[in-house]
Unconditional design. Structure first.
Ligand SMILES: [Mg+2]
Length: 235
């Protein structure tokens, strides 16, 4: 793999790029759907409604754990009469309690993240750009032990072309000297490429459904690596 030339600043996504995140949401959703295992037709409806309510909640309130709590409670309001005490009429609270534990713990870093950032910090200016709520995302950075690697952490409700353009303008960056790194084609890769940056996709099998789209893999600025430490082959 040929190294990228002339890059000065690296921007990192956080969730599911530096650390695991979506897995908690997936587990809680699976736990909820399992309550309907004995009623396959209803289970299908619950799954469909989950997707619909999720879209609505994310549009209205943004993504993150608070939104997820609201989403699951709304879903449960619609379907709790299909459950009995035995099948878990009240277990939504238990499921959410378990889900919310991840907000107190250090986010589980992917293999080699600290070491790789340590190496990059010697050669590049490092920034983070993450989507979600201010307090939740900045807390995660603090608990992760990675905060010190980054000059700035930008927390935004949505990562679109406008956000990338604004970052470029505010810092007077040359887009070709800037590289975005992340797991989401929709939020990290395609908007960065459209703004003239390099973009490196680290695909992740549990990437959030709403963060997926086809990456612009034919773009000359597009690269992909299989794991975080493999970024060192390109940078
Ligand atoms: Mg991500």
């Amino acid at each position: 793999m040929k190294k990228l030339r002339g890059v000065k600043q690296l921007i990192f996504d956080a969730d599911d790029t530096l650390w695991e995140n979506n897995i908690y949401f997936i587990r809680a959703t699976e736990n909820y759907l399992q309550l309907f295992d004995s009623q396959p037709e209803i289970k299908k409806r619950v799954a469909k409604r989950f997707n619909e309510i999720e879209k609505q909640v994310v549009t209205d309130l943004g993504c993150g754990s608070d939104s997820y709590n609201i989403l699951l409670r709304k879903l449960h309001d619609e379907f709790q009469d299909k459950l009995t005490d035995r099948t878990g009429k009240n277990s939504v609270e238990e499921i959410l309690e378990k889900f919310n534990l991840h907000r107190e713990m250090p986010p589980p870093l992917f293999r080699g993240v600290s070491e790789t950032l340590d190496e990059f910090a010697k050669r590049y200016e490092l920034y983070a750009l993450t989507k979600g709520k201010q307090d939740e995302q900045s807390d995660k950075f603090l608990r992760s032990g990675l905060r010190g690697f980054f000059r700035e952490i930008h927390i935004v409700p949505e990562k679109n072309d406008k956000v990338y353009k604004k970052l470029i303008e505010e810092h007077a960056w040359v887009p070709k000297e800037t590289c975005m790194i992340g797991n989401s084609p929709k939020s990290d890769i395609n908007p960065a490429l459209r703004c003239g940056m390099w973009a490196i996709l680290i695909p992740y099998r549990h990437t959030w459904r709403l963060d997926l789209e086809e990456p612009m893999s034919g773009h000359p600025g597009y690269r992909t690596v299989a794991s975080f430490p493999e970024l060192l082959n390109l940078l």
